[in-house]
Design a protein around this ligand. Structure first.
Ligand code: CA
Length: 114
């Protein structure tokens, strides 16, 4: 659980390869935050197989996902644009399939209080 006004979120083992068959949930609840912005430093996952999904609120639920990110984006110089989510609560789910492990992702976040 992430509750500090700023921080770093990475895939497990980063910068070493993540494991197979992950289902990794990240929950954020930042007191007094009006919004939270996430900046990606690195994003390298197996396309169509290992993905990061995210949404608002404090219950991670694929049905309410805002977007899904996957692929060798760092290698393609196509690191995802910053994400700004309204409110103080957000979730991410990083899920991976049974083979091909890559470097994963690193992002930093900052809460906005006004
Ligand atoms: Ca994989």
């Amino acid at each position: 659980m992430y509750d500090e006004p700023s921080g770093i979120i990475t895939s497990p083992n980063y910068p070493n390869p993540y494991d197979n068959r992950l289902f990794c949930t990240y929950l954020m609840r930042i007191h007094n935050a009006r919004s939270v912005t996430f900046y990606f430093n690195d994003f390298t996952t197996e396309i169509s197989k290992d993905s990061l999904e995210y949404g608002l609120g404090y219950e991670a639920d694929f049905a309410s996902a805002i977007d899904l990110i996957e692929g060798n984006l760092t290698t393609q110089n196509a690191i995802p644009a910053p994400i700004t989510l309204d409110g103080s609560k957000a979730w991410f789910i990083f899920s991976t399939d049974r083979n091909i492990r890559l470097k994963g992702f690193e992002m930093v976040y900052f809460a906005g209080k006004s």
